[in-house]
Write a protein that binds this ligand. Structure first.
Ligand code: C2O
Ligand code: CU
Ligand code: CU
Length: 430
Protein backbone atom coordinates (compact mmCIF):
# COMPACT_ATOMS: atom_id res chain seq x y z
CA UNK A 1 0.00 0.00 0.00
CA UNK A 2 1.48 3.31 -1.04
CA UNK A 3 0.15 6.37 0.70
CA UNK A 4 0.92 9.43 -1.40
CA UNK A 5 3.75 11.57 -0.10
CA UNK A 6 5.05 8.75 2.05
CA UNK A 7 8.29 6.96 1.28
CA UNK A 8 7.48 3.31 1.82
CA UNK A 9 9.78 0.38 2.36
CA UNK A 10 9.11 -3.28 2.81
CA UNK A 11 11.26 -5.69 4.81
CA UNK A 12 10.66 -9.41 5.22
CA UNK A 13 12.66 -11.12 7.95
CA UNK A 14 13.38 -14.59 6.66
CA UNK A 15 15.72 -17.54 6.73
CA UNK A 16 17.83 -18.51 3.75
CA UNK A 17 20.98 -20.23 2.59
CA UNK A 18 24.17 -18.25 1.95
CA UNK A 19 27.12 -19.65 0.03
CA UNK A 20 30.26 -18.32 1.71
CA UNK A 21 33.00 -19.03 -0.85
CA UNK A 22 35.73 -21.25 0.54
CA UNK A 23 33.72 -21.90 3.69
CA UNK A 24 30.47 -23.55 2.71
CA UNK A 25 26.73 -23.11 2.46
CA UNK A 26 25.07 -22.10 5.66
CA UNK A 27 21.67 -21.22 6.98
CA UNK A 28 21.57 -17.47 7.54
CA UNK A 29 18.89 -14.90 8.29
CA UNK A 30 18.22 -11.75 6.31
CA UNK A 31 15.73 -9.12 5.25
CA UNK A 32 14.35 -9.69 1.73
CA UNK A 33 17.18 -12.16 1.12
CA UNK A 34 19.34 -14.72 2.83
CA UNK A 35 21.73 -12.39 4.64
CA UNK A 36 21.62 -8.74 5.82
CA UNK A 37 19.06 -6.37 4.32
CA UNK A 38 18.66 -3.60 1.75
CA UNK A 39 19.96 -0.09 2.40
CA UNK A 40 17.02 2.19 3.16
CA UNK A 41 17.37 5.89 2.39
CA UNK A 42 15.25 8.92 3.16
CA UNK A 43 15.53 12.70 3.35
CA UNK A 44 14.92 14.96 6.30
CA UNK A 45 11.29 16.09 6.28
CA UNK A 46 10.06 12.99 4.52
CA UNK A 47 7.43 10.75 6.02
CA UNK A 48 8.49 7.13 5.90
CA UNK A 49 6.59 3.91 6.47
CA UNK A 50 8.08 0.45 6.63
CA UNK A 51 6.08 -2.71 6.21
CA UNK A 52 7.86 -5.34 8.27
CA UNK A 53 6.79 -8.91 7.56
CA UNK A 54 8.05 -11.69 9.78
CA UNK A 55 8.63 -14.95 7.90
CA UNK A 56 11.34 -16.05 10.31
CA UNK A 57 9.21 -18.55 12.18
CA UNK A 58 10.22 -16.81 15.42
CA UNK A 59 9.16 -13.54 17.01
CA UNK A 60 11.47 -10.66 16.18
CA UNK A 61 11.44 -6.87 15.95
CA UNK A 62 13.14 -4.20 13.86
CA UNK A 63 14.73 -1.26 15.63
CA UNK A 64 15.87 1.89 13.79
CA UNK A 65 19.18 2.53 15.50
CA UNK A 66 19.98 6.24 15.78
CA UNK A 67 16.56 7.41 14.62
CA UNK A 68 14.57 10.08 16.43
CA UNK A 69 11.00 8.77 16.36
CA UNK A 70 7.98 7.96 18.54
CA UNK A 71 8.57 5.16 21.06
CA UNK A 72 5.78 3.09 19.49
CA UNK A 73 7.74 3.09 16.19
CA UNK A 74 11.14 2.38 17.74
CA UNK A 75 11.12 -1.37 17.18
CA UNK A 76 12.49 -2.27 20.57
CA UNK A 77 11.41 -5.24 22.69
CA UNK A 78 7.91 -3.76 23.15
CA UNK A 79 7.17 -3.81 19.41
CA UNK A 80 7.53 -7.52 18.72
CA UNK A 81 6.38 -8.90 15.40
CA UNK A 82 5.01 -12.42 15.79
CA UNK A 83 5.71 -15.10 13.18
CA UNK A 84 3.56 -14.48 10.11
CA UNK A 85 2.58 -11.03 11.35
CA UNK A 86 3.16 -7.60 9.84
CA UNK A 87 4.15 -4.39 11.64
CA UNK A 88 4.00 -1.06 9.84
CA UNK A 89 5.70 1.77 11.72
CA UNK A 90 5.74 5.24 10.22
CA UNK A 91 7.33 8.51 11.25
CA UNK A 92 8.68 11.74 9.83
CA UNK A 93 12.44 11.96 9.44
CA UNK A 94 13.59 15.01 11.35
CA UNK A 95 17.29 14.87 12.05
CA UNK A 96 20.54 15.64 10.22
CA UNK A 97 22.00 13.57 7.38
CA UNK A 98 23.62 10.49 8.84
CA UNK A 99 24.38 6.80 8.50
CA UNK A 100 21.98 4.89 10.72
CA UNK A 101 21.10 1.22 10.73
CA UNK A 102 18.36 -1.22 11.60
CA UNK A 103 18.37 -4.55 13.39
CA UNK A 104 16.13 -6.76 15.56
CA UNK A 105 15.75 -6.09 19.29
CA UNK A 106 13.88 -9.08 20.80
CA UNK A 107 14.68 -9.11 24.50
CA UNK A 108 17.19 -11.83 25.28
CA UNK A 109 17.75 -12.74 21.63
CA UNK A 110 19.12 -9.64 19.95
CA UNK A 111 22.61 -11.11 19.70
CA UNK A 112 21.38 -14.20 17.88
CA UNK A 113 19.15 -12.32 15.43
CA UNK A 114 21.86 -9.82 14.50
CA UNK A 115 24.61 -12.44 14.44
CA UNK A 116 22.66 -14.66 12.06
CA UNK A 117 22.35 -11.78 9.61
CA UNK A 118 19.45 -9.47 10.38
CA UNK A 119 20.83 -5.95 9.88
CA UNK A 120 20.92 -3.20 7.27
CA UNK A 121 21.81 0.45 6.80
CA UNK A 122 19.43 3.39 6.91
CA UNK A 123 20.95 6.47 5.28
CA UNK A 124 19.49 9.92 5.88
CA UNK A 125 20.06 12.96 3.67
CA UNK A 126 19.31 16.63 4.25
CA UNK A 127 19.83 20.01 2.56
CA UNK A 128 23.31 20.34 4.01
CA UNK A 129 24.45 16.94 2.77
CA UNK A 130 22.95 17.70 -0.64
CA UNK A 131 24.84 21.01 -0.84
CA UNK A 132 28.16 19.54 0.27
CA UNK A 133 30.64 18.43 -2.34
CA UNK A 134 31.33 14.87 -1.23
CA UNK A 135 31.42 11.53 -2.99
CA UNK A 136 27.75 10.58 -3.07
CA UNK A 137 27.11 8.07 -5.81
CA UNK A 138 25.89 5.06 -3.88
CA UNK A 139 27.80 1.91 -4.77
CA UNK A 140 30.29 3.83 -6.90
CA UNK A 141 32.13 6.34 -4.71
CA UNK A 142 29.86 6.16 -1.67
CA UNK A 143 30.13 2.69 -0.21
CA UNK A 144 28.33 1.14 2.75
CA UNK A 145 30.64 -1.19 4.70
CA UNK A 146 28.86 -3.37 7.23
CA UNK A 147 31.71 -5.05 9.09
CA UNK A 148 31.01 -8.23 11.05
CA UNK A 149 33.12 -11.07 12.39
CA UNK A 150 31.73 -14.60 12.27
CA UNK A 151 32.59 -18.11 13.37
CA UNK A 152 32.00 -21.07 11.13
CA UNK A 153 31.91 -24.74 12.02
CA UNK A 154 32.21 -27.14 9.13
CA UNK A 155 30.83 -24.51 6.76
CA UNK A 156 27.90 -23.57 8.98
CA UNK A 157 27.64 -20.19 10.62
CA UNK A 158 28.13 -21.04 14.28
CA UNK A 159 26.07 -19.24 16.87
CA UNK A 160 27.30 -20.29 20.24
CA UNK A 161 26.89 -18.06 23.24
CA UNK A 162 29.61 -19.51 25.37
CA UNK A 163 29.59 -16.70 27.87
CA UNK A 164 33.17 -15.60 27.35
CA UNK A 165 33.74 -11.85 27.37
CA UNK A 166 32.60 -9.78 25.65
CA UNK A 167 30.68 -12.24 23.48
CA UNK A 168 31.28 -14.12 20.24
CA UNK A 169 34.52 -13.20 18.47
CA UNK A 170 34.73 -14.64 14.98
CA UNK A 171 37.83 -15.43 12.96
CA UNK A 172 36.22 -14.57 9.62
CA UNK A 173 35.50 -10.93 8.84
CA UNK A 174 32.66 -10.21 6.44
CA UNK A 175 31.98 -6.90 4.73
CA UNK A 176 28.38 -6.62 3.56
CA UNK A 177 28.18 -10.37 4.06
CA UNK A 178 31.10 -11.09 1.73
CA UNK A 179 34.14 -13.24 2.54
CA UNK A 180 37.46 -11.88 1.27
CA UNK A 181 35.82 -8.64 0.14
CA UNK A 182 37.22 -6.14 -2.34
CA UNK A 183 35.85 -3.04 -4.00
CA UNK A 184 36.69 -1.62 -7.40
CA UNK A 185 37.56 2.06 -7.22
CA UNK A 186 36.85 4.26 -10.23
CA UNK A 187 37.12 7.73 -8.70
CA UNK A 188 39.91 9.66 -6.95
CA UNK A 189 37.99 9.91 -3.74
CA UNK A 190 35.68 7.43 -2.10
CA UNK A 191 33.42 7.85 0.89
CA UNK A 192 33.11 4.85 3.16
CA UNK A 193 30.19 4.49 5.53
CA UNK A 194 31.60 2.17 8.16
CA UNK A 195 29.24 0.31 10.46
CA UNK A 196 30.46 -1.97 13.20
CA UNK A 197 27.62 -4.49 12.90
CA UNK A 198 29.40 -7.05 15.07
CA UNK A 199 27.90 -8.28 18.29
CA UNK A 200 31.04 -7.98 20.42
CA UNK A 201 34.21 -6.99 18.57
CA UNK A 202 35.63 -3.47 18.56
CA UNK A 203 37.63 -2.54 15.45
CA UNK A 204 40.44 -0.07 14.90
CA UNK A 205 40.22 0.65 11.18
CA UNK A 206 43.36 1.89 9.43
CA UNK A 207 44.76 1.98 5.92
CA UNK A 208 48.23 0.56 5.49
CA UNK A 209 49.73 3.75 4.19
CA UNK A 210 47.41 6.74 4.30
CA UNK A 211 45.09 8.61 6.61
CA UNK A 212 41.34 8.81 6.22
CA UNK A 213 39.36 12.01 6.44
CA UNK A 214 36.72 11.51 9.09
CA UNK A 215 33.63 13.52 8.14
CA UNK A 216 30.80 12.07 10.20
CA UNK A 217 30.10 9.99 13.28
CA UNK A 218 26.93 8.12 14.36
CA UNK A 219 24.45 10.97 14.05
CA UNK A 220 25.94 13.16 11.34
CA UNK A 221 28.74 15.45 10.21
CA UNK A 222 31.55 16.69 12.42
CA UNK A 223 31.93 20.46 12.64
CA UNK A 224 35.10 20.09 10.55
CA UNK A 225 36.73 17.21 8.69
CA UNK A 226 39.50 15.47 10.54
CA UNK A 227 42.47 13.56 9.21
CA UNK A 228 42.75 10.26 11.11
CA UNK A 229 45.25 7.42 10.95
CA UNK A 230 42.83 5.18 12.84
CA UNK A 231 39.12 5.01 13.43
CA UNK A 232 37.95 2.92 16.36
CA UNK A 233 34.37 1.64 16.31
CA UNK A 234 32.71 -0.36 19.08
CA UNK A 235 29.63 -2.46 18.27
CA UNK A 236 26.83 -0.25 16.95
CA UNK A 237 29.02 2.76 16.14
CA UNK A 238 29.37 4.28 12.64
CA UNK A 239 31.80 6.61 10.91
CA UNK A 240 31.95 8.19 7.47
CA UNK A 241 35.42 8.67 6.02
CA UNK A 242 36.73 9.93 2.69
CA UNK A 243 39.80 8.21 1.25
CA UNK A 244 41.98 9.26 -1.69
CA UNK A 245 43.30 6.68 -4.17
CA UNK A 246 46.02 6.65 -6.84
CA UNK A 247 45.43 5.10 -10.28
CA UNK A 248 46.19 1.41 -10.55
CA UNK A 249 46.95 0.77 -6.89
CA UNK A 250 45.66 -1.88 -4.54
CA UNK A 251 45.31 -0.94 -0.88
CA UNK A 252 43.86 -2.65 2.11
CA UNK A 253 41.78 -1.37 4.95
CA UNK A 254 42.86 -3.26 8.06
CA UNK A 255 41.78 -3.61 11.64
CA UNK A 256 44.67 -3.09 14.05
CA UNK A 257 45.30 -3.83 17.70
CA UNK A 258 42.60 -2.00 19.58
CA UNK A 259 43.38 0.05 22.63
CA UNK A 260 40.48 -0.96 24.83
CA UNK A 261 41.88 1.16 27.66
CA UNK A 262 42.15 -0.61 30.98
CA UNK A 263 40.76 -3.97 29.88
CA UNK A 264 42.75 -6.50 31.88
CA UNK A 265 43.14 -9.15 29.21
CA UNK A 266 42.55 -7.44 25.89
CA UNK A 267 42.82 -10.67 23.96
CA UNK A 268 39.62 -12.03 25.45
CA UNK A 269 38.02 -8.99 23.85
CA UNK A 270 39.87 -9.45 20.57
CA UNK A 271 41.93 -6.36 21.21
CA UNK A 272 45.18 -7.87 19.99
CA UNK A 273 43.83 -9.17 16.68
CA UNK A 274 45.05 -7.65 13.43
CA UNK A 275 43.50 -8.54 10.10
CA UNK A 276 42.48 -7.29 6.66
CA UNK A 277 38.98 -5.91 6.34
CA UNK A 278 38.63 -5.10 2.63
CA UNK A 279 40.84 -4.48 -0.38
CA UNK A 280 40.41 -1.53 -2.74
CA UNK A 281 41.46 -1.97 -6.37
CA UNK A 282 41.85 1.31 -8.19
CA UNK A 283 41.36 1.50 -11.96
CA UNK A 284 44.24 2.63 -14.20
CA UNK A 285 42.34 5.83 -14.83
CA UNK A 286 40.35 7.44 -12.06
CA UNK A 287 37.56 9.92 -12.56
CA UNK A 288 38.54 13.19 -10.86
CA UNK A 289 36.52 13.90 -7.73
CA UNK A 290 35.53 17.49 -6.99
CA UNK A 291 37.43 19.23 -4.23
CA UNK A 292 35.53 18.18 -1.10
CA UNK A 293 33.50 20.73 0.77
CA UNK A 294 31.69 20.03 4.01
CA UNK A 295 28.40 21.33 5.33
CA UNK A 296 29.04 24.61 7.11
CA UNK A 297 28.91 24.31 10.88
CA UNK A 298 26.11 26.87 10.96
CA UNK A 299 23.83 24.43 9.14
CA UNK A 300 23.90 22.30 12.23
CA UNK A 301 23.18 25.15 14.64
CA UNK A 302 19.44 24.46 14.70
CA UNK A 303 20.12 20.99 16.03
CA UNK A 304 22.57 22.13 18.67
CA UNK A 305 22.00 21.46 22.34
CA UNK A 306 23.69 23.55 25.02
CA UNK A 307 24.90 22.37 28.39
CA UNK A 308 23.67 25.58 30.00
CA UNK A 309 20.11 24.44 29.21
CA UNK A 310 20.49 21.14 31.05
CA UNK A 311 17.98 20.80 33.87
CA UNK A 312 18.42 17.16 34.81
CA UNK A 313 21.47 15.04 35.56
CA UNK A 314 21.28 11.25 35.72
CA UNK A 315 23.87 8.69 36.76
CA UNK A 316 24.36 5.32 35.07
CA UNK A 317 26.82 2.75 36.38
CA UNK A 318 27.42 -0.38 34.30
CA UNK A 319 28.67 -3.50 36.03
CA UNK A 320 28.27 -7.25 35.44
CA UNK A 321 24.93 -7.44 33.58
CA UNK A 322 23.36 -4.56 35.41
CA UNK A 323 22.88 -0.84 35.07
CA UNK A 324 22.59 0.93 38.43
CA UNK A 325 22.40 -2.42 40.15
CA UNK A 326 19.39 -3.66 38.20
CA UNK A 327 18.97 -6.09 35.38
CA UNK A 328 16.59 -5.16 32.59
CA UNK A 329 12.94 -5.66 33.50
CA UNK A 330 10.41 -5.19 30.71
CA UNK A 331 7.79 -4.09 33.22
CA UNK A 332 9.91 -1.50 35.06
CA UNK A 333 10.39 2.08 33.86
CA UNK A 334 13.80 3.20 35.06
CA UNK A 335 13.82 6.85 34.05
CA UNK A 336 11.25 9.48 33.13
CA UNK A 337 12.26 12.38 30.93
CA UNK A 338 10.20 15.39 29.87
CA UNK A 339 9.69 16.57 26.31
CA UNK A 340 11.88 19.58 25.69
CA UNK A 341 14.29 18.88 28.54
CA UNK A 342 18.02 18.95 28.08
CA UNK A 343 19.80 16.40 30.25
CA UNK A 344 23.29 15.33 31.23
CA UNK A 345 23.86 11.61 31.62
CA UNK A 346 26.96 10.58 33.59
CA UNK A 347 27.83 7.11 32.42
CA UNK A 348 30.54 4.87 33.80
CA UNK A 349 31.59 1.25 33.57
CA UNK A 350 33.13 -0.01 36.79
CA UNK A 351 34.49 -3.34 35.62
CA UNK A 352 37.38 -4.24 33.34
CA UNK A 353 35.39 -5.69 30.45
CA UNK A 354 34.38 -3.70 27.37
CA UNK A 355 30.99 -2.03 27.18
CA UNK A 356 29.48 0.31 24.59
CA UNK A 357 26.61 2.48 25.73
CA UNK A 358 23.73 3.24 23.39
CA UNK A 359 20.67 5.46 23.89
CA UNK A 360 17.56 5.20 21.74
CA UNK A 361 15.68 8.19 20.26
CA UNK A 362 18.42 10.79 20.66
CA UNK A 363 21.82 11.79 19.38
CA UNK A 364 24.04 13.02 22.20
CA UNK A 365 27.21 15.05 22.49
CA UNK A 366 30.05 13.96 24.70
CA UNK A 367 30.72 16.83 27.11
CA UNK A 368 33.71 15.24 28.77
CA UNK A 369 35.65 12.04 29.18
CA UNK A 370 37.41 11.76 32.52
CA UNK A 371 36.77 15.45 33.08
CA UNK A 372 38.45 16.50 29.85
CA UNK A 373 36.95 17.68 26.59
CA UNK A 374 36.50 14.76 24.17
CA UNK A 375 39.01 14.33 21.36
CA UNK A 376 37.71 15.88 18.10
CA UNK A 377 36.76 12.49 16.65
CA UNK A 378 34.31 12.04 19.52
CA UNK A 379 32.99 15.60 19.52
CA UNK A 380 30.29 15.05 16.89
CA UNK A 381 26.78 13.60 17.16
CA UNK A 382 26.78 10.14 18.72
CA UNK A 383 24.27 7.54 19.83
CA UNK A 384 26.72 4.84 20.94
CA UNK A 385 30.01 5.23 22.79
CA UNK A 386 32.74 2.83 23.92
CA UNK A 387 33.21 3.00 27.67
CA UNK A 388 36.70 2.66 28.96
CA UNK A 389 36.50 1.11 32.46
CA UNK A 390 36.38 3.45 35.44
CA UNK A 391 36.24 6.54 33.28
CA UNK A 392 33.48 9.12 33.56
CA UNK A 393 31.61 9.97 30.36
CA UNK A 394 29.31 12.98 30.49
CA UNK A 395 26.72 12.97 27.71
CA UNK A 396 24.43 15.85 26.72
CA UNK A 397 21.09 15.35 24.97
CA UNK A 398 17.66 16.86 24.53
CA UNK A 399 14.41 14.91 24.45
CA UNK A 400 12.03 16.26 21.88
CA UNK A 401 8.67 15.84 20.24
CA UNK A 402 7.18 12.52 21.17
CA UNK A 403 5.48 12.11 24.51
CA UNK A 404 4.30 8.62 25.42
CA UNK A 405 3.91 7.72 29.07
CA UNK A 406 3.29 4.06 28.33
CA UNK A 407 5.93 2.93 25.86
CA UNK A 408 9.59 3.14 26.82
CA UNK A 409 12.77 3.61 24.84
CA UNK A 410 15.89 1.63 25.73
CA UNK A 411 19.43 2.42 26.80
CA UNK A 412 21.86 -0.46 26.94
CA UNK A 413 25.24 -1.93 26.27
CA UNK A 414 25.58 -2.62 22.53
CA UNK A 415 27.73 -5.65 23.16
CA UNK A 416 24.72 -7.74 22.43
CA UNK A 417 25.36 -10.62 24.81
CA UNK A 418 25.50 -8.05 27.62
CA UNK A 419 22.29 -6.44 26.40
CA UNK A 420 20.52 -9.80 26.19
CA UNK A 421 21.71 -10.81 29.64
CA UNK A 422 20.23 -7.72 31.24
CA UNK A 423 22.49 -4.70 30.75
CA UNK A 424 19.61 -2.55 29.55
CA UNK A 425 17.18 -0.06 31.04
CA UNK A 426 14.02 1.72 29.96
CA UNK A 427 13.01 5.38 29.87
CA UNK A 428 9.84 7.11 28.87
CA UNK A 429 9.54 10.61 27.51
CA UNK A 430 6.38 12.37 28.69
CU1 C2O B 1 21.31 -0.84 17.96
CU2 C2O B 1 18.95 -0.74 21.20
O1 C2O B 1 20.09 -0.88 19.60
CU1 CU C 1 19.17 1.90 19.01
CU1 CU D 1 28.70 -4.51 27.81
Amino acid sequence: TVESGVRTFQLTAQKGITDFPGIGESETWGFNGAFLGPTLRATRGEKVAVQVDNELGRPTSVHWHGMHLPAAMDGGPHQMVEPGATWTPSWTVDQPASTLWYHPHPHGETEEHVYRGLAGMFILDDDASAAASLPNEYGVDDLPLIVQDKKFDDGELEYDRNGSEPGILGDTVLVNGTVGPYADVSTERVRLRLLNGSTARTYTFAFEDRPMTLIATDGGFLDAPLSQERVRLAPGERAEVVVTFEPGETVRLRSLKTDLGGIVVPQTAGGNDEFDVIEFRAAEKLTPSPEPSWPAAKDAAADEVHESEASVTREFVLNTREINGEEMDMSRIDEVAYVGDTEVWNVKSTQPIPHSFHIHDVQFRILSIDGKAPPPELAGPKDTIYLQPNVDYRLLMRFEDYADPAIPYMYHCHMLMHEDEGMMGQFVVI
